[in-house]
Design a protein around this ligand. Structure first.
Ligand SMILES: [Zn+2]
Length: 60
């Protein structure tokens, strides 16, 4: 019986949650300051959107 499930998410942003979560909202990416870019490169945290989906009411 294969009972191995990988719950590890290698995301670099611990605040990020999957889209569609009920208690979540869009926030300016703290990694790039909402600009969507790190220097001349697209921000890897928000994929260049400047927006990340984070939980509402969480610590922080
Ligand atoms: Zn970003």
């Amino acid at each position: 019986m294969a009972d191995t499930v990988n719950h590890e998410d290698k995301s670099d942003n611990p605040d990020e949650v999957p889209a569609g979560m009920p208690a979540s909202g869009e926030n300016a990416c703290r990694h790039c300051g909402g600009s969507g870019k790190i220097g001349t490169d697209p921000c890897p945290e928000c994929n260049g959107t400047g927006i990340v989906v984070t939980p509402i009411g969480g610590a922080g």
